[in-house]
Ligand binder design. Sequence first.
Ligand SMILES: Cc1ncc(C[n+]2csc(CCOP(=O)(O)OP(=O)(O)O)c2C)c(N)n1
Ligand SMILES: [Mg+2]
Length: 283
Amino acid sequence: MNHQQPDSIRRLRLKAEEIRRRCLQVIFNAKAGHTGGSLSATDILTVLYFHAMRYRSDQPDWPDRDRFILSKGHSVESFYCTLAKANFFPDSWLDTYGTFQSILAGHPTRKVPGIELNSGALGHGLSVGVGMALAAKMDAKSYRTFVLMGDGEQGEGSVYEAAMTASHYHLDNLIAFIDRNGLQISGPTESVMTLEPMRQRWESLGWDVKEVDGNDMAALVDCLDNWQPVGKPTMIIAHTTKGKGVSYMENVASWHHGVPTNEQLALALSEIDARIQTLTEKP
Ligand SMILES: Cc1ncc(C[n+]2csc(CCOP(=O)(O)OP(=O)(O)O)c2C)c(N)n1
Ligand SMILES: [Mg+2]
């Protein structure tokens, strides 16, 4: 068995673990946050910001930047930590999260450098992404638009208006993800609203659908590296684990917006630190 991993994958995995670590500290300090969905989405955010997307963090409005919309806006803590790591703003801003008048509110806002859309009311991000992708076509621009949705979010009807529009206009510059962690706010997605067969539904809406392990960095890199425009929008169903990376949070619905105690934080950080140490050791 080959235990070696290419350097770039190792580097990305390390970044994702560092983002998870910071995210938990931020939630602990604020005594609030959407923990489970932040952790499930961390690897997707990492691969986008440190591998796939084109942007200039010192020039957030650079016209040719790839666009990213966090439609599942409640997962803002890992998003803020990713943007800080990508140098859109100083890491010290993260310490203000949850305090009065902090620029970092409990859901994404356009006040924050690097954020394209105020989000948090589920079901709107894909529609705005469609608009951005359509604008790129009309302006003959080559930027791509990425949208990250939740699986519970798939119960919002507006998602399907956006889905139809994207395929009608052949928006092959639009790449959406569903963070398929199987849990909603209150329990399993399938007990709230049946979403399967998810792949076939999106295919029937005219999308090119890919499925990937959304917590496997090598698989995410491979999926995005092999992406090609095929005259249709792309949907990446990313199979993830809610609470990924903290043993006692994984697949536990109540960690959707759980805040760790002192002892729980220490345990979570020790698990993450053990992985960080392995990733920083020479192969
Ligand atoms: C329109 C709307 N309805 C309800 C909510 C409340 N809410 C916040 S998170 C959430 C669950 C979302 O589940 P999912 O999309 O699966 O997100 P994840 O599991 O990735 O955290 C709900 C219902 C909301 N933010 N917006
Ligand atoms: Mg979910």
